[in-house]
Design a protein. Structure first.
Length: 235
């Protein structure tokens, strides 16, 4: 498996829910055992042979850039796509388009961690007719996250909003494998959400699939989840 694909990491959000406990840091830089959360993501990517990284930065970008530089201290190559104003998840991807050097590429939310096999994700993505594959993780209670409707062929057929459904189920884990054709659906220079505006278009075309991941998952968007990260992230 050739893993020389570009990996985009979204790290430009405001992180409002953590600002009360981390007022001076962007959320993906939240310390876990004395190391920024983002370092754990880079370590996993490097271990998988994924060394071409693009940080989509915005809020407090200087702190991320000062720490990671060009990636030389982390065994990867890092570039930056800088948002001057918030463009949403899809808008940030579109802004970084010129830095995507592979036909299929990965997109990671910088405040999520998934213990997973990246080669298996890319292999499944390449074997389907889909333009995008969403990494799904199973949780005991879907209420905080919303959930995915997935058919027997791993095709995503719809979404449940946050709070609409409780109990165990599959949720969007914030990692994706995407084909560059997805970029054609995103308007240039406009605010656009991947989840709310682009994915529904792909569902209507039967081009959105799920990779059902069984590994550990954490979203540090809430203070209590950030505290739990020490018990979830690898040492």
């Amino acid at each position: 498996m050739n893993l020389s694909v570009t990996t985009l990491i979204l790290v430009g959000g405001l992180g409002t829910r953590l600002r009360g406990v981390l007022p001076d840091l962007p959320k993906p830089m939240a310390p876990v055992r004395g190391r920024p959360f983002l370092e754990y993501l880079l370590h996993d990517l490097k271990s998988a042979g994924l060394q071409n990284i693009v940080f989509c930065v915005g809020h407090q970008s200087e702190k991320i850039e000062a720490h990671f530089g060009e990636g030389e201290n982390f065994g990867v190559h890092v570039e930056y796509s800088r948002e001057r104003e918030l463009l949403g998840t899809a808008g940030a991807i579109k802004l970084a388009q010129a830095k995507i050097k592979s036909e299929n590429f990965l997109l990671l939310n910088g405040d999520c961690y998934n213990q997973m096999d990246y080669a298996a994700l890319l292999s499944q993505h390449g074997s389907t007719p889909g333009a995008a594959t969403v990494v799904a993780t199973r949780v005991a209670d879907r209420t905080r996250f919303g959930s995915l409707n997935i058919d027997a062929e791993k095709r995503i057929t719809g979404f449940e909003e946050k709070g609409a459904t409780s109990g165990a189920g599959w949720i969007n884990a914030g990692y994706y494998a995407l084909n560059q054709c997805v970029l054609e659906l995103i308007p240039t220079g406009e605010v656009c959400s991947l989840e709310r505006e682009i994915f529904p278009q792909l569902v209507s075309r039967d081009q959105l699939f799920a990779y059902e991941n069984e590994g550990a998952f954490i979203d540090i968007g809430l203070p209590e989840e950030w505290k739990r990260a020490e018990s979830v992230l690898p040492r």
